[in-house]
Design a protein around this ligand. Structure first.
Ligand SMILES: Cc1ncc(COP(=O)(O)O)c(C=O)c1O
Length: 299
């Protein structure tokens, strides 16, 4: 099958060829935005990142994203050497340099920085972190609902590489995505260590059954900001919502399924492992949550 799509698929936008990128305090044209082959992020995936979205002049939930970035940096013992305010200022400067007012997405990346020698030890990064912000014009564009496939790659336990970390190294998720594509799907649905449905390789996962919205307990998945906003919206609008364990049996027979993430907000799922979910199209509850979410973010 060749017609794969991804939740991170956006409308073609020629302006993205001429964007300005933030690298360590400088804002430079895309072609000049380079980091060293000695960079710990390149060499080892040693870094953390966040994705944020601009809707009508506002970076949505930016404080929460910056808090999560700093929490992740602390967890990996990486000193960003910037205040939270300075990181937000860097985002705003990059936005101004690009003249962006809405429908933009930024990937904020912090790595342990350039190493003195090409080996693993973190102490070899002596120059301080590398901080980069790639900001693109971005509107999600999907020709159809997402097809998922379950894969053998699991969401790991917190004492290995905690799946709550937005680490640069995403190899487990990448392998999951490759396996899903080889199975003819677009993205991977990953199970937890007990076999319960957890999350996809890049987004949080929800099902709708008989008007109830279910998502995983929150263990083993990214503590997605969009995930939490959807849960909050359900609670505020009397849509029954449960963070609970559920299996593939519950999922195949769901009326609706959707993904959440900053990039795509709420993305409908059409099928899982070759079984159509509900009508195979965006369902009523998903549509309602999309409308509520749009109003929340001012999109
Ligand atoms: C594995 C994974 N799950 C879910 C998400 C969605 O999180 P958020 O809603 O905070 O963008 C992300 C995004 O960073 C992710 O990497």
């Amino acid at each position: 099958m060749t017609d794969h799509v991804s939740t991170h698929q956006a409308e073609e936008d020629a302006r993205n060829e001429a964007i300005q990128i933030y690298v360590n305090g400088r804002i430079v044209p895309k072609a000049q935005a380079l980091v060293s082959v000695y960079d710990a992020g390149f060499m080892l995936g040693d870094g953390v990142w966040e994705g944020i979205r601009l809707y009508n002049g506002r970076w949505t939930f930016v404080e929460e994203h910056i808090d999560r970035l700093f929490e992740a940096a602390k967890a990996i013992d990486l000193d960003i050497r910037m205040t939270k305010e300075a990181v937000i200022a860097a985002v705003l400067d990059t936005q101004a340099a690009n003249g962006m007012v809405t429908d933009a997405h930024a990937r904020l990346m912090v790595t342990r920085g350039v190493k003195t020698r090409p080996f693993q030890h973190p102490k070899l990064s002596q120059q301080g972190p590398t901080v980069a912000i790639i900001m693109e014009h971005s509107r999600q564009k999907l020709p159809r609902p997402i097809r998922l496939a379950t894969v053998p790659h699991m969401r790991g336990l917190p004492m290995t590489q905690d799946p709550k970390l937005n680490s640069h190294s995403k190899l487990n998720c990448i392998l999951a995505c490759i396996a899903a594509e080889k199975a003819g799907a677009d993205e991977a649905l990953m199970l937890d260590v007990h076999g319960f449905v957890n999350t996809t390789n890049a987004c949080n996962f929800f099902i709708v059954r008989k008007g109830q919205v279910w998502t995983s307990t929150g263990d083993y998945c990214m503590n997605g900001i969009t995930r939490q906003k959807v849960i909050d919206l359900c609670r505020a609008n009397e849509i029954p919502v449960f963070e609970r364990n559920f299996s593939l049996v519950d999922t195949y027979s769901a009326d609706e399924a959707f993904l959440t993430g900053t990039f795509g907000a709420q993305t409908p799922v059409g099928s899982l492992d070759g079984r159509q979910i509900g009508m195979g199209q965006m369902g009523e509850v998903t549509e309602r949550l999309r409308v509520l979410y749009k109003a929340l973010v001012g999109a």
